[in-house]
Design a binder for this molecule. Structure first.
Ligand code: 4VP
Length: 178
């Protein structure tokens, strides 16, 4: 994808894969102007995936977009995308309990919201673990807004390669069933 991003409309509907400088691999989709989906392929909570997370999404200046949200786990996230430079900066604010029990969050969160909310009360919040990192975008796809096929199954070994090498989505950005 070689498009130039300028307005929020250019950004919404885009599907990204990127690697943080600490080696963590993430996949993230700007589903619409207030919703994000994502899948985590590497790092402290690899295997976690989430759909329909409400988020604040704004254009900061031409081609630069800021996304912020707070999760049922108590984790807060701020992402600054510079897609024209294939870069972003992400800051994740993990509550202490996620650092100590990451396995509780490694699931399809949408089916376990009550468990996340119970865990954030049961375990400790502070001190939080701050993870501020730049990332390099390795894949961008024009999925269109509200495409439920983009993030619709758990991450698996080789999924990133399947997506990047064109085996995962058809020409209409629908998941190829296998
Ligand atoms: C904790 C979620 C999360 C999702 C995407 C990203 O780049 C960082 C954190």
């Amino acid at each position: 994808m070689t498009k130039q991003f300028k307005e929020l409309e250019d950004f919404l509907g885009t599907h990204f894969i990127y690697t943080y400088d600490n080696g963590w691999n993430y996949e993230w989709y700007a589903k619409n102007d207030h919703t994000v989906d994502y899948r985590i392929h590497g790092g402290m909570v690899a295997g976690r995936w989430v759909r329909d997370q409400e988020a604040n999404i704004v254009k900061l200046t031409d081609g630069v977009f800021k996304i912020t949200w707070t999760e049922p786990t108590g984790t807060d996230v701020a992402l600054d995308f510079m897609p024209n430079e294939n870069k972003l900066h992400g800051t994740i604010f993990f509550p202490k309990w996620v650092e100590e029990h990451p396995e509780i969050t490694v699931t399809y969160q949408n089916d376990h919201i009550a468990l996340m909310e119970e865990s954030r009360e049961k375990y400790e919040t502070y001190p939080k673990l701050l993870v501020p990192e730049f990332a390099t975008i390795t894949y961008m796809g024009d999925a269109g807004q509200n495409n439920e096929d983009v993030i619709s199954q758990a991450p698996y070994e080789g999924m990133i390669e399947d997506i990047q090498e064109g085996r995962y989505f058809d020409e209409n950005y629908k998941k190829i069933n296998r």
